[in-house]
Design a protein around this ligand. Structure first.
Ligand code: SAM
Length: 276
């Protein structure tokens, strides 16, 4: 029976709204599946490729994927323990401090993954942001929420990650693509090019992703496309993106966004770019 899985975290730029459109544009068959900016993994967890490389530069997020793969029952148990006490402001900040102590001590274990997942459900808009010292600093969302995990979903994700040939990497997107071969499929969902700043190409950086990173990504797209891989990329529908990927197929699509705190920015146009 086909497993049903979905993201275990709410993630900025999550692709659940675009899933159908992305899947309709994937090649019918391909070698290995690569997702170098995995985030919440909406596409991976819907498509379930049998051979995949997933990557992100967020160490804590990748620890959560690894712990779910190797230690799912312990992660579930730890989240359930956290959920036993209803969350309020005091409890949120107490657990956030505990999480930051684990980050500082580099304790990448099941408890750390459970804290990361629990905090994602209780922090403002599911954001992930750290200060210059690497401490997580997103405030409480002031909401009473129910359970922080769907236990069956976590078990199904664990089964999928274990059964398939799914390699979990952690680092920069370029390095994660070093072994992409002809016939492989790569889906790039980098942090967005900001909608506003694109009129002048100044030195903006959003979510730690600079203009130079966007240019580096476009160079990598071309290199992998020239090597015969199938490449799909999504981003905002802004002039910079059209300029960086001119010559490839650029399709404009409508999307509804839930994570933006500004309601007026919750819908807009994005593009899906392919080389095939
Ligand atoms: C738009 S999100 C991906 C969303 C994902 N497709 C989903 O469905 O949730 C972009 C991701 O890129 C990661 N990231 C930012 N800079 C990176 C870099 N240089 N290399 C690899 N990952 C990076 C962020 O941590 C974030 O998870």
């Amino acid at each position: 029976m086909e497993l049903k899985t979905q993201p275990f975290v709410k993630w900025a730029g999550g692709k659940r709204q675009l899933l159908e459109k992305l899947e309709a544009r994937m090649p019918e068959s391909y070698g290995k599946y690569y997702e170098p900016f995995i985030g919440g993994g909406a596409l991976l967890l819907d498509v379930h490729p049998q051979k995949a490389v997933i990557n992100d530069n967020n160490e804590q997020l990748l620890n959560a994927y690894r712990q779910i793969k190797e230690n799912s029952e312990q992660v579930i148990q730890e989240v359930c323990i956290l959920d036993e006490v209803p969350c309020d402001k005091e409890r949120y900040y107490e657990q956030r401090d505990k999480y930051n102590k684990k980050i500082a001590a580099n304790q990448l274990d099941a408890e750390c993954a459970a804290l990361m997942i629990w905090i994602n459900k209780h922090c403002f808009n599911g954001l992930y942001r750290v200060n210059s010292k690497g401490a997580f600093n997103v405030p409480y969302n002031n909401k009473k929420t129910g359970l922080s995990i769907d236990i069956d979903n976590i078990r199904n994700i664990a089964e999928y990650l274990k059964k398939g040939d799914i390699e979990i990497r952690q680092g920069d997107f370029e390095e994660a693509c070093a072994d992409v071969k002809k016939g492989d499929f790569v889906y790039f969902d980098s942090p967005y090019v900001p909608i506003s700043e694109t009129a002048n190409f100044t030195d903006y950086t959003k979510d730690g992703f600079s203009l130079d990173d966007h240019k580096r990504l476009a160079v990598l797209f071309k290199k992998l496309a020239d090597a015969g891989a199938f490449i799909m990329l999504s981003n905002h529908n802004v002039p910079l993106v059209h300029e960086l990927y001119s010559g490839y197929n650029i399709e404009e699509v409508d999307v509804r966004r839930a994570i933006n705190s500004d309601a007026s920015k919750r819908s807009g146009k994005e593009v899906i770019i392919t080389n095939y």
